[in-house]
Design a protein around this ligand. Sequence first.
Ligand SMILES: [Zn+2]
Length: 308
Amino acid sequence: MSARIVLPLAFALSACTVATNEAPAPEAPVTSLPAVPDEPFHEACEPWDDWDKPARPFSLMGHTYYVGTCGISAILVTGEEGHVLIDSGISEAVPNILASIRSLGVDPRGIKYILMSHEHFDHVGGHAALKAATGAQVIASAAAKPVLESGLVAADDPQANVDHPPFPGVTVDRIVADGGTLELGNLKFTAHATPGHSPGALSWTWWSCNLPGEPPVCRRMAYADSLSPVSADDYRFSDHPDVVAAFRNSIDKVRFLQCDYLVTPHPSASGLIKRLRDGTYGEPGECQRYADKLTKALDTRLAKEAAR
Ligand SMILES: [Zn+2]
């Protein structure tokens, strides 16, 4: 029986308020997604930047858009033969991200690849739902693959003993190695393995160009991973010299990334709100300054461990 015949009958029953043994009300059709705020990102998100607080999407540069929430990045890059999304945020934020994408006039089903920064629930927790909504292929590093597929943090992750909530697992369609590239029509992304914060962490670079009708300008975009020395209470980075060496190597990579515009998985980690508000977003040296900050944080952490 078609829905056309069922629905009028169900609506008639639910409208009859005096009837007993009524059939359950029909499921409300999905007519709206969460509202996208009117205020610009740096105004709406300045007072508080919770991971699930909706944010207005905006162009970071040309056809590269911020479509994440106030507290967690999701980056949409649109192309002539399909689009690419980097990171999905927490699973609860997926409706916000889809609403943001649609508000840009982009059909989510045009997304062909979903990339990742690092394999923690706050950046890949929405991958399964977004893969289902878009039909996109999921791209991950080899180390992150089992984490994405199980929804459980890896045993060798500094945050292995942190009480991370499990997230919905998702099948990884393709592994990308350090220096590997991903091409889709006029888009080309380069993966940079940047382990440290997590074993499978990736940073990404690509070119973004102005939209048709604007001056013909292209810029180098960098999505550099978190690289913050956060861990479970019982974990000491200094007990893992290999991890510390990889960490420093990753920070060095970030320092020399092609980087006219920097965005990070937590926008606050690189002061995105402040840079947008002050008009300093895109000033030369963003990745170098970010690398300096990361080095300082790692050195501080190791000094604290040494003093214990
Ligand atoms: Zn993390």
